[in-house]
Design a protein around this ligand. Sequence first.
Ligand SMILES: N[C@@H](CCC(=O)N[C@@H](CS)C(=O)NCC(=O)O)C(=O)O
Length: 209
Amino acid sequence: MVRIYGDCLSGNCYKLKLVTELLGTPHAWKFVTWIDGGTKTDDFLARVNPAGKVPVLETSKGEMIPESGAALYYLARDSHLWPVGETDRAQVLRWMFFEQYSHEPFIAVSHSLKKRAAPSPETAAKLAELHPGGVRALETMEQHLSSNDWFVAGAPTIADISLYPYTSWAPSAGFDLSAYPEVHKWLGRVERLLGFVSMEDAIAQTTPA
Ligand SMILES: N[C@@H](CCC(=O)N[C@@H](CS)C(=O)NCC(=O)O)C(=O)O
């Protein structure tokens, strides 16, 4: 059985919870959070991920796979969430790299600042600096979704799974999704997938009581 190190307070970890629930993949969840320094212990750095971040997927052979995108690939590689065609696979990677470089650094970071940083002129200035990047990411998604129900190949793939968590947080990160009706409809399509688990339920399932 695979094991996942992480929490579901982070969208990157929630991606892995989502894919395992959508695919019905048996897994063990080892709760580790950066909030209490759990990603920086000597054991975690030496044995799990020298980069000191979650999520990390441990295969049944004990190999560690850090980075949410790499873990999503490993979990979905034999499923309908990883398409067959080479071009479609390249397109899935395209949207997953887009998520990491052009979306997450703006929307997830804004969300984190709004949730955790003390309100101050510096925080407000940082949020203002991040806002145009988030708008650009949402506009890019809106344009693509205006003629596509899903990001790749007309069906859900790990590209959708990778983009879902932080897009669904966009309103609490300061982005008004009413300006992006196609993005809003796509979020609903993801939420209606069989096996979908909400962030709140994922947190309840992965956090020790
Ligand atoms: N690119 C990585 C990002 C992972 C990441 O930034 N994880 C955060 C939680 S969302 C973390 O563990 N941060 C701890 C730290 O930076 O000290 C991925 O997609 O998995």
